[in-house]
Design a protein around this ligand. Structure first.
Ligand code: FES
Length: 161
């Protein structure tokens, strides 16, 4: 029995998702997404919970959760920077931005700042290639980024705390 549980609100959402699909298997992604909305990340305990709810083995849930970069497999900072590293963004300067973020916040891809504010992830194409280079900040897209724009965004985040 898993220690993780959906809140009553998320349990109701889960049941609503289940009613939308002919096979409960199809609920794997929304079920994991609900976990992440609730906790900020998908823990091994939560994967076991989702497996129990869907009648799957934990490894089947693990395979899905680890395939998609949108699922955080460890706790993340308050501000999650998902920097696109795919070709268009790479050619337009994503590597330089990554280095700039590293120098500014002190974190590399896959790391969280010591104050718990920022997590930097490198992800594959987010479908905004025309706005390269870009990153998503807590899911909100910021395109045609420059070091100056990155500095502004980081400053805004810090000022909100
Ligand atoms: S290559 Fe970066 S959004 Fe597509």
């Amino acid at each position: 029995m898993s220690k993780f549980q959906y809140t009553p609100e998320n349990e109701a959402k889960f049941q609503e998702y289940v009613s939308r699909y002919p096979k409960i298997d199809s609920c794997m992604l929304p079920a994991l997404w609900l976990v992440q909305e609730q906790e900020g990340w998908v823990s091994p305990e939560a994967m076991v919970y989702v497996a129990e709810k869907l009648g799957k083995t934990p490894i089947q849930v693990y395979e899905v959760a680890t395939f998609y970069t949108m699922f955080n497999l460890k706790p993340i900072g308050k501000y999650h920077i998902e920097l696109c590293k795919t070709v268009s963004c790479m050619l337009c300067g994503s590597r330089e931005l990554k280095q700039h973020i590293k120098e500014t916040i002190g974190i590399d891809a896959g790391q969280t700042s010591e104050d718990g504010l920022f997590t930097l992830s490198e992800v594959e194409c987010l479908g905004a290639c025309g706005g390269a280079p870009m990153f998503a900040l807590n899911g909100e897209y910021h395109e045609k980024l420059t070091k100056e724009k990155v500095d502004e965004l980081i400053k805004e985040c810090k000022n909100d705390n």
